[in-house]
Design a protein around this ligand. Structure first.
Ligand code: S3P
Length: 162
């Protein structure tokens, strides 16, 4: 069964996921990267050309498929907006990487290409976290605070617990 990482942009899903997969000798799959490979363009272009709703459809089907593998799978920050995804995650090992607004803002940086954060990174993160915190909480089987800790430290702790 896969180990699924959820959390806001800037929570460290990709870097923790890569480190955790290496520790556990599993494959690592980043759902956003997989979508970019399949569609053949970056997420920001998918948003710009086809719109967010279309991206969410691609994200939902890619997520539902990839969580069925044995990999460590990092989801896009908004994947939990889908009720189907939340339902499917009920039967999975789901790690919520918790991050404060300040830390997420620093990690994402002002030069992010993430379409939903353009213009006002901190303000948009506040809104996203307000909407999504209850959703991350609802699907998580493990919660880990990521502030002030390196991806490697977090990955070791998660690996030790498994
Ligand atoms: C999004 C987060 C991004 C990406 C897309 C939408 C979101 O992934 O899926 O830009 O809705 O929060 P990360 O969480 O990896 O930044």
């Amino acid at each position: 069964m896969s180990i699924v990482l959820v959390g806001a942009p800037g929570s460290g899903k990709s870097s923790v996921g890569r480190a955790l997969a290496a520790e556990l000798e599993r494959d690592f799959i980043d759902v956003d990267s997989r979508i970019e490979d399949v569609v053949g363009k970056p997420i920001r272009e998918i948003f710009a050309d086809e719109g967010e709703a279309h991206f969410r459809e691609l994200e939902e089907s890619a997520t539902l498929e990839l969580i069925q593998t044995d990999a460590v799978v990092s989801l896009g920050g908004g994947a939990v907006l889908s009720e189907k995804v939340r339902d499917a995650l009920q039967h999975h090992d789901v790690v919520w990487l918790k991050v404060s607004i300040g830390q997420a803002t620093r990690r994402v940086g002002m030069n992010t290409v993430r379409p939903l954060l353009l213009g006002n990174v901190r303000g948009r993160l506040i809104e996203l976290l307000r909407e999504r915190t209850p959703l991350y909480e609802a699907v998580a089987t493990t919660t880990i605070d990521t502030d002030e800790r390196s991806p490697r430290e977090i990955a070791s702790e998660l690996a030790d617990r498994r």
